[in-house]
Design a protein. Structure first.
Length: 262
């Protein structure tokens, strides 16, 4: 009888222990939803962790994000905790401010803070494609404590009303993107992708700062507005290619942000 009781206790306790240590492909359960997490390399188990909350692309899941060489490699090498929420039906509802996905993403951040020592002053929200549009939606609706938005090839409509905004916006987009088309401004203005944030953050003077190369075959034209309200900054990297996450882009942004202490 004692053996039976012990066996039943182990069966009950096992999921709890597994859930307490959820990482990588083992999802962190949050009600009827879930997210994935990846801790940085060499973390001492005590130091506060900057966080990058990344929304996956259409028909993907967080399992891809925590293994992605252009996303996870950037965070693990820089002491950043990577959080990858799972969208319902493998997608995101970013079309309106009433979306439940905003509340879910906030719950992911709060749940992660109960599991690990999160540095609340260094929360970065990122995404790719549909996930980039969802990242925009999140900071638009609940981004007052977000240090930076890091978005790849996905935006909201330029006339979207945003109650909140992040401390920084960094966006990259290809002018020949045929999936989430490059939102040119009037007269073919290439700064169109960040027009919403420039207006929302009260940015005035700014513009191109010159090209830089990420790879031999990929050159970015950077545009920057550094005189926005409250010390906010908006950066846009434009390239002439299509729909993809550029090599080293997330790593470059995190290096800049972490070095600046933001």
């Amino acid at each position: 009888m004692i053996r039976v009781i012990l066996a039943l206790c182990l069966l009950v306790a096992a999921p709890v222990r597994a859930q307490e240590s959820c990482q990588m492909l083992d999802p962190c359960l949050l009600g009827d939803r879930s997210y994935h997490a990846r801790l940085p390399d060499g973390w001492d188990g005590v130091s506060p962790l900057p966080v990058m909350l990344h929304f996956h692309g259409w028909q993907r899941q967080g399992t891809l994000v925590v293994q992605h060489r252009r996303i996870a490699t950037a965070t693990t090498a820089r002491g950043v905790l990577l959080l990858a929420p799972n969208g319902q039906r493998r997608t995101w509802d970013f079309y309106s401010g009433a979306t439940p996905d905003v509340g879910f993403a906030r719950a992911v951040l709060d749940d992660a803070a109960r599991r690990w020592p999160v540095d609340r002053s260094r929360i970065y929200v990122s995404g790719y494609s549909f996930g980039a549009a969802m990242a925009w939606r999140f900071v638009c609706e609940d981004g007052a404590d977000v240090a930076a938005l890091l978005a790849v090839s996905g935006t909201l409509r330029g006339d979207t009303i945003c109650p909140t905004a992040p401390g920084e916006v960094r966006h990259v987009h290809g002018t020949t993107d045929t999936v989430m088309r490059f939102p040119f401004g009037p007269g073919g203005d290439v700064t169109g992708p960040v027009a919403l944030w420039r207006q929302r953050l009260g940015c005035a003077a700014g513009g191109p700062t010159g090209p830089y190369q990420a790879r031999e075959w990929l050159t970015f034209e950077r545009h920057e507005w550094a005189d926005c309200d409250g010390g906010a900054r908006v950066i846009l990297d434009v390239h002439g290619s299509g729909h993809f996450i550029p090599h080293g882009w997330f790593a470059h942004q995190l290096d800049d942000l972490l070095a600046a202490g933001s």
